[in-house]
Design a protein. Structure first.
Lengths: 209, 337
């Protein structure tokens, strides 16, 4: 099976092509606010480098969040448009799941994505990647208290937060793709972001009602 | 006789709160249009919330493209190029249409055509019958109030513009003061027909320039409403709507006259969401008849945001080979000329 992996949920573009359990090509580049400019050209370059076309792939695995709202939408829009137009299989995965799958050697793996104002998205996984606490939007203080109670843990984050035992996120694209290669496919029209957070306008409306 | 091949442009528009896809033949003939409007959603917030708009665009984008192709009974292989609005507008909203258009351009190896949103509104006037040059265009919408002179296709010379609020923005704010639902334009237009012009409001920028200003008029109406309330007087909303709309019409009429005096044209067109306003349409129709110039006012469905106009403008950019590439990005503000 030939799988395209795509993640623009942070300031990085992470993408790769996995063919029969081998990572044939990959991209790990920070673009910040220029992700919308370079994502497609980088994908095109990646496919040329392995002399493949988009039409050769069988399936797309796309990260649907949480993370940067605009960032998530870039990969989702590209992925659902490819899947719809070329009738490719597609499934989504959580950015936090991808982060956990890229980390080994700890009893507790805790991916954390900063969401500003001392809040973030996090999840807790055991060493076999089973979910201990599901993906959630939490105050940073919650994470700080949580790690006081556990041992042999690691926090995976690319954000500059003040916390002990943390490592940077470096995606293990092959492992992520292999883990989710057989995940159930969904209709391309229904591939949508999972923000884990309402917009401010909706939150304010909820408070008023 | 050699038959010239027809050109089909697929247009995508997502600059504000409408996700739309359309197919237009030869820049004139609408083949199919699909619009998913979010107007009811944003009405809950009294205006467009950018993040909510972006969230709906991403949900709707492939659906509108598929529905449009189905409606046209066409396949992507039959499309000559993909046109997309790249600005001005809400950055996050624009991005959804742009990323989808770029992906389609890449997947099907079709030219990508970046279209300025206001050029799109102007080219809504080319649907059904071709525009004649030189022409004067009045663009009136929630984000724009511009007078534009065109001596040929794709040549836009901005004569004047609003110095503060756009006319549509002013309508929305007045509507809010009068407790009318969003968007305010249609309600005010309706109420103005029932009311009388009894409040003497100042005609803004009453000079010989081609520029507009609406913030002073907006403040004058708000002060008027507040004063009437303070003195315990009952407010006749119809009369306020009428006085306000008549003042807007007076200023627009004056500026169009100024432009027509110095830029003799054969053809006058209007464009943008506020171009749907019946009071403004009637007044400008009268003016064109008085000046004996030909005119075109777009059908109401082409006044509000739609992809049909983007595909229509895209046709002329296609003829001119003004293509974009996969690095195309959204521009929240960008000049037309």
């Amino acid at each position: 099976m030939k799988i395209l992996y795509l993640d623009t949920s942070s300031s990085f573009l992470y993408s790769g092509v996995v063919i029969n359990n081998k990572l044939e090509a990959s991209i790990k580049k920070e673009f910040g606010k220029t992700l919308s400019i370079y994502t497609l050209t980088e994908i095109k370059k990646m496919f040329s480098s392995i002399k493949m076309s988009l039409n050769d792939i069988d399936k797309i695995i796309v990260v649907n969040g949480p993370g940067s709202f605009t960032g998530i939408r870039i990969a989702i829009t590209i992925a659902k448009t490819i899947a719809w137009s070329l009738r490719k299989k597609i499934s989504t995965i959580s950015s936090l799941d991808a982060m956990a799958l890229s980390t080994t050697g700890y009893d507790y793996i805790i991916p954390y994505i900063d969401a500003k104002r001392d809040y973030g998205y996090f999840g807790v996984y055991d060493k076999n990647n089973n979910t201990i606490l599901p993906n959630k939007y939490i105050p940073l203080s919650f994470l700080k208290n949580y790690i006081k109670e556990i041992k042999n843990y690691i926090v995976v984050t690319n954000d500059n937060i003040d916390i002990s035992n943390k490592i940077n996120y470096d995606p293990d694209i092959l492992n992520i793709v292999n883990h989710y290669a057989l995940k159930e496919n969904i209709n391309a029209h229904l591939v949508n972001p999972n923000y884990l957070k309402l917009t401010e306008a909706e939150e304010n409306n909820d408070k008023r009602n | 006789m050699i038959k010239v091949k027809d050109t089909y442009i697929l247009g995508i528009e997502s600059s504000c709160d409408e996700t739309s896809c359309a197919i237009v033949k030869n820049g004139v003939e609408e083949i199919a249009t699909v619009i998913l409007s979010q107007i009811d959603i944003h009405a809950n917030y009294g205006g467009v919330v950018p993040e909510i708009a972006s969230r709906h665009h991403v949900q709707n984008i492939t659906i509108v493209i598929e529905q449009c192709l189905k409606k046209a009974n066409m396949e992507m292989a039959m499309i000559d190029a993909i046109a997309v609005t790249y600005g001005p507008g809400l950055v996050g909203s624009l991005l959804i249409g742009i990323e989808a258009a770029k992906t389609l351009s890449y997947v099907y190896n079709k030219p990508l055509i970046p279209v300025h949103h206001i050029a799109g509104h102007i080219y809504a006037n080319n649907l059904e019958k071709p525009m004649c040059f030189p022409l004067l265009a009045l663009v009136i919408s929630g984000g724009h109030t511009d007078l534009i002179y065109m001596d040929k296709h794709l040549s836009f010379k901005k004569l004047g513009s609003t110095l503060d609020d756009a006319v549509g923005e002013c309508y929305d704010k007045i509507a809010r003061v009068l407790d009318l639902p969003y968007p305010g334009g249609p309600s005010i237009d309706q109420m103005a027909k029932k009311g009388e012009n009894i409040y003497a409001l100042p005609i803004p920028m009453n000079d010989n320039s081609y520029n507009f200003s609406f913030s002073g008029l907006k403040s004058a109406v708000i002060n008027l409403v507040n004063n009437e309330k303070k003195h315990g007087k009952e407010i006749n909303k119809d009369n306020i709507a009428c006085s306000f709309q008549e003042t807007v019409i007076a200023t627009i009429n004056k500026k169009v006259r100024n432009a027509l005096a110095n830029y003799p044209v054969n053809y006058f067109i209007i464009a943008g969401g506020v171009a749907a306003n019946q009071g403004i349409r009637n007044n400008l129709q009268f003016l064109c008849k008085e000046k004996k110039i030909n005119y075109n006012f777009p059908k109401l469905k082409y006044c509000t945001d739609n992809a049909t106009m983007i595909a229509a403008a895209g046709y002329f950019l296609f003829q001119d080979k003004r293509f974009g590439d996969l690095t195309l990005n959204s521009k929240s503000t960008i000049n037309l000329d």
